[in-house]
Design a protein around this ligand. Sequence first.
Ligand SMILES: Nc1nc2c(ncn2[C@@H]2O[C@H](COP(=O)(O)OP(=O)(O)OP(=O)(O)O)[C@@H](O)[C@H]2O)c(=O)[nH]1
Length: 306
Amino acid sequence: MFSIFKKFKDGLKKTAQGALGGILDLFSKKISESDIDFIEETLYGADFGWDTTSDITEAIRNAYKREKELRGKDAAQIGSDVLSRILEGSEGELKIAQNAPTVICLVGVNGSGKTTTAAKLASLIKKSGKSVVLGACDTFRAAANEQIKTWAERLDVDLVASSHGADSAAVAWDAFQAAKSRGADFLILDTAGRLHNKENLMNELAKIRRVLEKNDPTAPQNSIIVVDGSLGSNSIEQAKAFDKAFKLSAMIITKLDGTSKGGALAGIYRQLKLPILYVGLGERAEDLQKFDVKAYCNSIFGLDEN
Ligand SMILES: Nc1nc2c(ncn2[C@@H]2O[C@H](COP(=O)(O)OP(=O)(O)OP(=O)(O)O)[C@@H](O)[C@H]2O)c(=O)[nH]1
């Protein structure tokens, strides 16, 4: 089995076997109207949201009207096709700066996975043969510095950090200068988690942006919200507030492996229309995967690669 597909299939196991497990049981069976009602409930339970759930079940109902011999697997294929259309255009790429370093700034609410994602991205960039500096702008949470330091050592990546309580914008400045003088291709800034309704903390993000723009008017080329994929539709309002304060360019959706509600990603994309660059499918450095619509949709519905 193709390895990216396998990563998605393994990572999304909890959604496919947990919430959608009943659909898998119907695979080789001829389905009935009540099975379609059941599929509807299941999709809703997996956090697909009302719009996506009804788009999928309507397509299945229409197919059932035409073809009474419809099997569970055919219904899953229809579900995957409808979901793929909803997610069309959602795959995105990092934007690269004309003059290095390309700046990636990760923002989001507490515990969404920013520090871990910063480390995973650094690992991916390093593996691609490019150089990277990590900037620890999370000066708020005491343990955050230690956490990113451990990752930087493990990955053998340069880190610019400061003491607990320091001005995060000053760290962003120092980190940019360090990345520039070292000729690094990328700078990844990890910021402190913040609640989207805390105005002073949101203003701090605007300050980080101003500092970066002074160094390079096009920076940060990538202002990315890290969204905990298991939190469902709550993330939508949060992301809107971050977009207002920090002008987001893209999303990374984490922890899809730890939830049976992996359908939330569709609702989040539908509302925000921000490209999804990567998804987190585990805690290890190699568990950050480029978002792949087909692999996501087929894995969710328990289908094979093709
Ligand atoms: N299973 C799983 N766990 C993840 C993933 N991404 C992050 N985590 C875990 O989620 C927890 C929080 O991650 P952090 O990276 O510390 O989150 P953060 O956003 O930096 O946290 P704050 O700085 O407090 O806002 C950690 O235990 C991570 O290992 C993922 O894709 N899958």
